[in-house]
Ligand binder design. Structure first.
Ligand code: GCU
Length: 677
């Protein structure tokens, strides 16, 4: 069969050992036969999956006995029919109980969505020949597990690398919802429960009557998969679209306008998740236009959605993109904490502040945003990117789960107590009712969803780790490999090895030691362009001159950013000796001859790391080529094309960056490679 990638990890390919799964259930009982119910979906999915994986056609019924059956439903529905199930007492919202006992399989959700997650979990296990019996409960780490899609009304996608939008076209919500349904299915299988369908740089025409009807159709397509729709708003909509002469959040007319449009949307989409808002950032309008606070702005939306049970994701990505390069203490990394200063506790209960993982912008290496430890009385979520905006735009293999894992496990030591980032965004550390994660995914109409088969490990890992961030990135990856490519040992070992080396390699041949990605930051965010970082108002500065390089973010001599972290962490970053090498240039401005902990100088490390990273990218081609014949020809060729490209582009990166800094510093490469072509 042709493998175009559209089924991703839900291929339900026959497993070699199907016959060792002895006593197969003979039917499926799905305890809800309403078509829009995720339990109904679970029944259909189980039927499709068991047929594909084990080759047996099972009937799906809405009633029946529990012997020799796969029963799927909510805990309430189960107990009504079959009596108590004490084992499932510890279920939390969206969680599921899964019990496999020979031919009797119980899949019980705390709610309907949980039941569907349990069904996908069962299918994932049998698809990987994990036939073990036993029972377990799985609950989510956090209630919010969303994707953000940066889709524009005309169907283009900001920072999307897989073709036009599956949601929007020519100014309207698309008529064809086939791909939306398929995407909802993919996301449900990794336990995502919300999709924001339009760009954070939002266009108010999404609020027209025709488009609200369209949003209704999108929500109808997602509902059977337990996924709620949400939308991004343009703060100036009452003015730009509604015809009011103001969008001041404290003006009662503006409030009434938002309440009215919100009611209109909820009458078509009664279960809408809520709103996502980018305000006063990169030229977008916001409450600061009227000298109101960010909390005033967020709370205006919070009040509009509150009667409907909706939430507001208010982005912390607020900064001034015209800061002065000549000011040594100016620092974009300070913006989030500065802009939210004094607002902690002033947000309504249904507001969640959505914080990018690092203080700048999805760079190859950043410390966690200090805002995670500054907001104690405000719910927060972490924002990640599956779309590889600064990280190779899906033309480079970069498995991102290890990057996310480092951020999740980073202990911010708030009040000198354990305060891992993952415990903060779950709501646990500061006892917040809401929390979770959002990833910018930007899938497109390309059959591979992201434009690259191998990039799909990032989407898979995002969902799995949003549910359980304690999982090891390599384990998640290997499940994904088995589900995507089958059981061949060499395929498993090779893709594992390439993927696990890919982020370190990319960091090595782009920007290392915490200097940021060194890509073009003005337009494309692609390819090497270290000069574009400096001498402009964007604040992604390296402050490289002929003698020295790095941002001095110390309190004693720099921007003071180190001091935004809790004291134990602030001390670590303030002091050059305790700052890890991989963040040295993020926090310190040093001569090129500064010795690292490895004993090398900064400049020699640049040269060596760029050679090493590019060499690793070359080795990926040989590794991939060794799999010819082990993988279907279509996917083999498409991936091979990208690996050859990455290998070439890694050389461009290596030579461009190394020559740039050799020219600037006039310091030769000890190994005499740089400048000796
Ligand atoms: C980055 C990105 C923009 C995006 C912005 C955001 O700067 O390049 O395209 O709009 O982040 O997250 O709002």
């Amino acid at each position: 069969t042709a493998e175009d990638g559209s089924q991703a990890w839900l291929r339900y390919a026959p497993v070699p050992q199907a016959s060792s799964y002895q006593s197969l259930p003979s039917s499926i009982v799905a305890l809800n036969s309403t078509r829009s119910s995720p339990v109904y979906t679970a029944g259909q999915e189980l039927q499709r999956g068991v047929k594909g994986i084990l080759g047996k056609q099972l009937s799906v019924n809405s009633t029946g006995k529990s012997e020799s059956t796969i029963v799927v439903g909510t805990l309430n529905a189960y107990q009504e029919v079959f009596g108590n199930l004490d084992d499932a007492d510890d279920l939390e919202e969206d969680g599921f109980y899964l019990s496999i006992e020979d031919s009797k399989v119980l899949i019980i959700g705390q709610n309907e969505r949980g039941a569907l997650y349990g069904a996908f979990e069962y299918l994932s296990r049998i698809a990987q020949e994990m036939f073990e019996t036993g029972s377990s409960i799985s609950n989510p780490h956090a209630p919010i597990r969303w994707t953000n899609e940066w889709d524009n009304m005309d169907g283009s996608i900001e920072r999307g690398f897989a073709g036009p939008s599956i949601f929007l076209k020519n100014g309207y919500v698309t008529d064809n919802i086939t791909r939306v349904t398929e995407y909802a299915r993919l996301l449900a299988s990794i336990r995502i429960n919300g999709i924001i369908v339009n760009n954070v740089n939002a266009n108010a025409t999404l609020l027209s009557s025709r488009n609200i009807e369209g949003l209704g159709r999108l929500a109808d397509a997602m509902r059977p998969y337990g996924i709620q729709l949400g939308i991004s708003l343009n703060f100036a909509s009452p003015h730009d679209f509604g015809g009011l002469d103001t969008f001041d959040p404290l003006d009662p007319e503006v409030d009434a306008w938002w309440a009215n449009i919100t009611n209109k949307i909820y009458s078509r989409v009664p279960d809408m998740a809520g709103y996502l808002v980018k305000a006063n950032s990169e030229g977008q309008p916001g409450p600061l236009t009227y000298n109101r606070t960010l909390a005033d702005g967020a709370n205006m939306f919070a009040k509009a959605v509150e009667p409907h049970g909706g939430i507001v994701m208010f982005r912390a990505f607020v900064y001034d993109n015209h800061i002065s390069y000549s000011n040594w203490t100016a620092d974009r990394a300070n913006a989030a904490v500065d802009f939210f200063n004094g607002l902690d506790g002033k947000f309504d209960e249904n507001v969640v502040v959505q914080i990018k993982y690092g203080p700048i912008d999805f760079q190859v290496r950043e410390p966690p945003s200090p805002l995670f430890s500054a907001l104690r009385n405000t719910s927060v979520a972490i924002e990640l990117q599956v779309t590889q905006e600064y990280l190779g735009q899906q033309c480079h293999l970069v498995y991102l789960a290890p990057l996310w894992k480092e951020i999740f496990e980073f202990d911010l030591r708030a009040d000198s107590r354990p305060s891992k980032v993952k415990e903060i965004f779950s709501g646990e550390r500061f006892r917040r009712p809401l929390g979770g994660s959002a990833a910018v995914v930007n899938v497109g109409t390309n059959t591979t969803w992201l434009g690259s088969h191998l990039a799909m490990s990032n989407l898979y890992a995002y969902g799995i780790m949003a549910w359980d961030p304690s999982i090891e990135p390599e384990a998640v990856l290997q499940n994904w490999i088995r589900l995507t490519f089958g059981f061949d040992r060499q395929v498993m070992d090779t893709i594992t090895d390439m993927s696990m080396k890919s982020w370190p390699a990319y960091e090595n041949y782009t920007g290392n030691l915490g200097i940021q990605t060194l890509t073009d930051i003005l337009y494309t965010h692609y390819g090497p362009n270290p000069a574009s970082q400096d001498n402009n108002g964007w604040g992604q500065w390296t402050r490289a001159d002929q003698f020295s390089i790095g941002m001095d973010r110390t309190v004693k001599n720099g921007t003071g950013n180190a001091g935004q972290y809790p004291p134990e962490i602030a001390r670590t970053f303030e002091n050059i000796d305790t700052t890890p090498d991989n963040l040295l240039l993020w926090f310190h401005h040093v001569p090129y001859t500064q010795p690292l902990k490895s004993g090398k100088t900064v400049i020699q490390h640049f040269y060596d790391a760029h050679y090493e990273g590019a060499a690793t990218a070359q080795s990926f081609v040989k590794q991939w080529d060794s799999l010819e014949g082990q993988i279907d020809a279509e996917r083999f060729k498409e991936i091979q094309f990208r690996q050859v490209y990455q290998a070439g582009h890694a050389l461009v990166w290596r030579d461009f960056i190394n020559e740039f800094y050799r020219n600037l510093s006039s310091i030769p490469d000890e190994a005499k490679r740089v400048g000796h072509h």
